[in-house]
Design a protein around this ligand. Structure first.
Ligand code: GLC
Length: 479
């Protein structure tokens, strides 16, 4: 059994007062979503094998994409850049002034990307982005000044240089036509030309790489950039000699290491090792990218609440939850949100009043219809799904730590071998997420890991990070 089995339950301070069937349901849920330490070790071993395949050849499941970002920022970079962020909840346009000494100024504006744009023609999406950039420059910049931009495009692209690549597939609910197989930087640059914008896309950047660079601008020893938000993914510094598939143009490489965008969300699409439940399978079958991004679908914020909703419906249909009653809201795909799970997971009130509010005021269960036992069952589901996510994310990190031999066993006093920059709403807001990841790492490596790994929130990846990379790219282009 996993060492922290009991914490999968509803919060223990609330004594359970439901029926024996409900208690059995809670036990079943705990065991379905539990990942034992042995299972985590097996996942980590498989993860390392997949990393190796991705480093060896093109077309592997875990793509391990060389980002063309080599070398580390010094913090002394200076200059004014634009940055663009596509791939999270909103489109963001930022103007960043790098001031040196790890300091910077950032102005930003958010724009909503409609579902229609996310699934329409790519040209329309690019024209929309160009309009937003135009609007931003008229407000905050000088339309007559030429400016370099770092374009954070958070989808899997095969990079062919620091500012070019080919979109491999869409993820996270985007599905624009005429985009897969093309270069997103070229398409956007064309849209800028159509609008006569003097903006040059100097770098195309994955959000993980932006997060790593943003943190490294202030803390050069940062080793990984992780996103735990709508989607999930990680990048890290790899020795170029170990990226055997990469044909380096040595004149353009400034260092012997390069940041690799892993695209870890695709891990185990072969279904060899991850503990898929029927709730995961249902979510996958009903998603726009069936059988893709299976690891991401068990971890990231876009999917967790849908897994929990599937589980709730299962127990409703067995008449164990809410006396078999549901609501149109609860029946609706994607309607239950991960932010609500956060609230429920973090609800320590004796009567679970915050949970009651979510279920009865937001999810439209009839007022007063949920019992305390119902709410405890719902809480048990949310805790189980949330904890499993953190433990799986920790398995991915453990894979990188082992592959890179980051933890030095001989030197017990050495502190913080591994500084990990993390961005995303799950990490920032989901209750106990960081503690659950750390406790999973302790299960895998022992207590010493607490002094060897440090997680730090890094919010400005797609703004600051993309600008630092745009700066490094324009420096490289001039050399
Ligand atoms: C998805 C994308 C990946 C991105 C991640 C986090 O997994 O494929 O490129 O880094 O989401 O936004």
């Amino acid at each position: 059994m996993g060492s922290n089995q009991s914490s999968y339950c509803y919060h223990q301070s609330n004594k359970f007062q439901g029926t024996s069937e409900q208690l059995q349901a809670i036990e079943q849920i705990q065991s379905e979503f539990q990942i034992t330490t042995d299972h985590m070790h097996a996942i980590v071993d498989q993860f390392i094998k997949e990393m190796q395949k991705g480093l060896d050849h093109h077309g592997a499941t875990v793509a391990m994409i060389p980002s063309f970002v080599s070398g580390r920022p010094t913090g002394e970079e200076k200059g004014k850049y634009l940055a663009l962020d596509l791939g999270g909840t909103n489109l963001r346009v930022c103007q960043v002034e790098l001031l040196g000494q790890g300091k910077y100024h950032l102005h930003q504006q958010k724009y909503v990307v409609s579902d229609q744009l996310k699934t329409g023609d790519m040209r329309h999406l690019c024209d929309f982005i160009a309009d937003c950039v135009d609007d931003f420059i008229s407000e905050h910049g000088d339309p007559h000044e030429k400016v370099d931009m770092g374009y954070t495009f958070s989808f899997p692209i095969w990079q062919t240089s620091i500012n070019s690549g080919e979109l491999k597939q869409w993820t996270k609910g985007f599905a624009c036509a005429n985009a897969v197989g093309t270069d997103p930087a070229v398409l956007l640059q064309d849209a800028f030309h159509r609008k006569n914008l003097l903006v040059n896309i100097a770098a195309i950047v994955n959000d993980t790489v932006g997060t790593l660079m943003a943190h490294a601008y202030r803390h050069p020893e940062t080793t990984m950039g992780v996103i735990l938000g709508t989607g999930s993914n990680t990048c890290y510094y790899e020795d170029i000699s170990r990226i055997t598939k990469f044909e380096a143009d040595n004149n353009k490489i400034l260092s012997n290491e390069m940041v690799v965008n892993m695209e870890w969300g695709a891990f185990d699409c072969e279904r060899r090792i991850l503990p898929f439940t029927m709730y995961d399978n249902k979510l996958n079958r009903e998603s726009v990218n069936i059988n893709e991004q299976l690891f991401e679908k068990m971890i990231s914020g876009m999917y967790l609440a849908e897994i929990a909703r599937n589980c709730m419906l299962h127990w409703i249909d067995r008449l164990v939850l809410f006396g078999g009653q549901s609501s149109p809201e609860l029946n609706m795909q994607w309607r239950f949100e991960t932010a609500y799970m956060s609230t429920i997971h973090g609800d320590h009130s004796p009567n679970l009043t915050a949970t009651k509010h979510v279920l009865e005021d937001i999810m439209d269960m009839p007022a007063g219809s949920t019992t305390l036992a119902d709410r405890q069952l719902v809480q048990a589901i949310c805790i189980a799904v949330g904890q499993r996510s953190a433990r799986l994310a920790a398995c991915g990190l453990a894979g990188i730590i082992k592959h890179k031999k980051m933890i030095n066993d001989d030197d017990d006093d050495k502190k913080n071998d591994c500084l990990i920059a993390i961005d995303g709403s799950l990490f920032e807001f989901y209750p106990e997420y960081e503690a659950n990841m750390m406790s999973a790492l302790v299960d895998l490596f022992g207590e010493k890991i607490r002094h060897r790994v440090r997680f730090e929130l890094s919010r400005d990846g797609s703004g600051l990070g993309a600008s630092v990379i745009a700066m490094m790219a324009s420096k490289m282009a001039k050399q």
